[in-house]
Design a protein around this ligand. Structure first.
Ligand code: NA7
Length: 539
C-alpha cells in the first residue's frame, strides 16, 4: 500500500543469527538507526532451524561464542565440550535479551526483494508479506548454510510418509518409535543424526552417495574449572582470533607430516584421535596442502573406520577413497561408524545401486526396494550464495545479483559486490568464514563493516561501491590461494558441487583469518582502496 509510510533507517540487517545479532549491537552502539528482518520466529539462525536429533556444533563450545563482551564472556557457562543445538540457541537468546536486541528485529519476516535506488542512494526492501523499509546501507547476515536444499529426487512428491529436511526439522520433534526411517545424505548433518535416528526408529536405512571422513568428537561435560579457566583467558581467545590462521587455538607440531618417520607420525595421529575433535587436521602443517601428507592421515582414518565396523562389506562402503581428507568439510561424530553394527541399521551405497525413484512407501534403487515411513533429507545447502540469491537483490540499473553470479560468485573481500552499492555482506563468498572459526569471522566482518560506515559518516560519504578491478583481483587471489590447497579436489559444497547446475567455483578464501583481517584493515587504512566513494572523501 503506497499510502503506508516506509520506515527509514541508516542500516537494514537481514538475519538475526550470530552475524545479525552482533551487527545490530554494533550499529546501534555507534549511533546508526537500524532494524533487522529474520525469517525465523526467534534469533539464532542455523541454531534456530537445525533441530534434528543429534544436532551439535563441530567447533568446541569454548571457541564457538562471542568474544566482544567481557561481561557476556564472564557470565556464560557451557555444559559440554561440543554444545548441542538447544544450548547454542539458548546462548543466542541470552545474547539477544542481555543486549536488548529484540526490539530491533521483525521475526517471521522474509525479505523477498531488495532494490537499490540510485536517486535517493538507498535500499528499498520488501518482505514476503508486503511490508517495506528503506535504508542507506544494507547489511546481509544471512549465513552460509541457511538455504536448505531438497534435491529433485524422482517421485519424492508421491511419498505418503513424512519428509523432513534436517535444516527445517519440526519444532515439536518427530516421533520415530516403531517406524522405518530412511535418511538420504551422509554429510555432517547425516552423520550426527544417524546414531540418534537408529536408537529411536524400528529400522534405519542410510542412503549414501559419497562417504565422508568423520572424526570422533569424544564429547564430554565441561567442568566448572574449565569454564572458569576459559573466562580468565578472554585475552588469549582474542589473540588467537587476531593472529591465528583459523581463529581457533590449535596445538600443532609445527612440522610437515613428511618430515617425521612413520612411527612418530602415527603416534601423533593416535594422540589426537584419542583427544577427539578436529585437532588431528592441524597436528602437521601440510595435511591440507600436500597430497602425500594428506594421504597419511586419510589412510590412518580409513583404518579406524574399518576397525569400527564389523561387517567388512559395510566398512568398504564407508571408507572414502577418492578424495583427500578435509577437502570436504571434516565431520565430527559420536558413535557414527559403530551404529552400522546395530541389527536395525542398513547402509545403501547409491554409487553401486543408483536411486531409481521414491514411491508411496519406499525408496527404490537399481538393486532393491527399501520400505520407509519417514524420509529424512540430510541433503545439505545451497551454500554461501544460496542465502543471498534467494532474495531478489537488484543493484545499479536493475541488475540481478543472482544473474550476475550465475557463473559463480564474485565479490570484493567477501564483503561487497561491484554493481551493488552500499550492500555489505557478512561472511559473503570470498571471505574465509566457513574455513575458520565462524564466530570470529562474523565478529571481524561486522567490526570492519561498522568501522567503514562510521568513516563514511565522518567524511560525508553516502555511497560506496566495490570497483570491478578490485573485485577481479580479489577473485583471482581467492582462486590462487585455493589452488595451493587440496580443497578443490573434492566435489564439496565449497565448490558448489552438491547443487545440480551450480557453477563450480571454490567460494571461500583459504588464506587464513589472520591474513584476511590484515588485508581488510589495510584496505580501511588506505581510505578504502578498491572502493569508489561518493561524494569523494576529502583528504
Ligand atoms: P552436506 O555436507 O552438503 O551433506 C549433504 C549430503 O547429502 C552429502 O552426503 C551429499 O552427497 C548428499 N546428497 C545431496 N544431494 C543428494 C542426492 N540428490 N542424492 C543423494 N545424496 C545426496 O550437508 P550437511 O547438512 O550434512 O552439512 C553442511 C554443513 O553444516 C557441514 O559441512 C558443517 O559445516 C555444518 P555428496 O557428498 O554430495 O555426494
Amino acid at each position: 500500500d503506497p499510502a503506508i509510510p516506509v520506515p527509514e533507517y541508516d542500516a537494514l540487517v537481514v538475519g538475526a543469527g550470530f552475524g545479525g545479532l552482533y551487527a545490530l549491537h554494533q550499529l546501534r552502539a555507534h549511533g546508526f538507526g537500524c532494524h533487522a528482518f529474520e525469517t525465523g520466529d526467534d534469533v539464532g539462525g542455523t541454531w534456530y532451524w537445525n533441530r534434528y536429533p543429534g544436532a551439535r556444533c563441530d567447533v568446541e563450545s569454548l571457541d564457538y561464542c562471542y568474544s566482544f563482551s567481557p561481561e557476556l564472556h564472564a557470565e556464560w557457562d557451557w555444559t559440554e565440550r561440543f554444545a548441542t543445538q538447544p544450548e547454542i540457541l539458548r546462548y543466542a537468546r541470552h545474547v539477544a535479551d542481555r543486549f536488548d536486541l529484540r526490539p530491533m528485529i521483525s521475526f517471521g519476516t522474509r525479505v523477498a526483494f531488495a532494490v537499490w535506488e540510485e536517486q535517493t542512494r538507498t535500499w528499498l526492501l520488501t518482505t514476503e508479506d508486503g511490508r517495506r523499509a528503506r535504508a542507506r546501507f544494507l547489511v546481509t547476515a544471512v549465513g552460509c548454510l541457511s538455504a536448505s536444499r531438497v534435491p529433485d529426487l524422482p517421485g519424492l512428491g508421491t511419498f505418503r510418509g513424512e519428509v523432513h529436511h534436517t535444516g527445517r526439522w519440526p519444532h515439536g520433534g518427530v516421533d520415530l518409535a516403531g517406524k522405518r526411517v530412511a535418511v538420504v545424505g551422509t554429510g555432517s548433518s547425516g552423520i550426527q543424526a544417524v546414531p540418534e535416528l537408529a536408537a529411536d526408529a524400528a529400522h534405519l536405512t542410510v542412503f549414501q552417495r559419497t562417504p565422508n571422513y568423520s572424526l570422533p568428537a569424544r564429547n564430554r561435560p565441561l567442568s566448572g574449572r574449565e569454564n572458569w579457566r576459559a573466562k580468565s583467558e578472554l585475552e588469549e581467545l582474542r589473540t588467537h582470533a587476531r593472529t591465528g590462521f583459523s581463529g581457533f587455538y590449535i596445538a600443532s607440531t609445527g612440522r610437515s607430516a613428511l618430515d617425521v618417520g612413520e612411527e612418530e607420525r602415527r603416534a601423533a595421529f593416535e594422540r589426537k584421535w584419542a583427544i577427539g575433535g578436529t585437532e588431528i587436521m592441524s597436528v602437521f602443517t601440510d595435511v591440507l596442502t600436500d597430497g602425500k601428507a594428506n594421504e597419511h592421515l586419510a589412510e590412518f582414518v580409513r583404518e579406524k573406520i574399518r576397525a569400527a565396523v564389523d561387517d567388512p562389506a559395510t566398512a568398504r562402503k564407508l571408507v572414502p577413497l577418492d578424495y583427500p581428507i578435509g577437502a570436504k568439510r571434516i565431520c565430527v561424530d559420536t558413535g557414527y561408524y559403530s551404529t552400522y553394527n546395530r541389527e536395525n541399521v542398513d547402509l545403501v551405497d547409491l554409487r553401486a545401486e543408483p536411486l531409481v525413484e521414491i514411491t508411496e512407501d519406499a525408496i527404490r534403487t537399481e538393486a532393491g526396494t527399501y520400505p520407509a515411513e519417514v524420509l529424512v533429507l540430510a541433503t545439505g545447502y545451497d551454500a554461501m550464495t544460496g542465502p543471498l540469491t534467494r532474495i531478489d537483490i537488484r543493484g545499479t540499473g536493475g541488475r540481478s545479483l543472482k544473474e550476475q553470479w550465475s557463473s559463480g560468485p564474485r565479490s570484493y573481500l567477501g564483503l561487497a559486490v561491484a554493481g551493488f552499492p552500499n550492500l555489505l555482506t557478512v561472511t559473503g563468498p570470498g571471505s574465509p568464514s566457513v574455513l575458520v572459526n565462524m564466530v570470529r569471522a562474523v565478529e571481524q566482518h561486522v567490526d570492519w563493516i561498522v568501522g567503514c560506515l562510521r568513516r563514511l559518516r565522518e567524511d560525508g560519504v553516502d555511497r560506496i561501491e566495490a570497483r570491478p578491478e578490485a573485485q577481479d583481483s580479489w577473485v583471482a587471489h581467492v582462486n590462487e590461494v585455493a589452488d595451493t590447497t587440496l580443497y578443490p579436489r573434492a566435489g564439496s559444497w565449497y565448490v558448489g558441487a552438491n547443487v545440480e547446475g551450480k557453477a563450480r567455483v571454490f567460494m571461500p578464501y583459504a588464506g587464513g583469518l589472520n591474513h584476511y583481517r590484515e588485508r581488510c584493515e589495510e584496505v580501511a587504512r588506505s581510505g578504502y582502496r578498491g572502493f569508489a566513494l561518493s561524494p569523494e572523501a576529502s583528504a
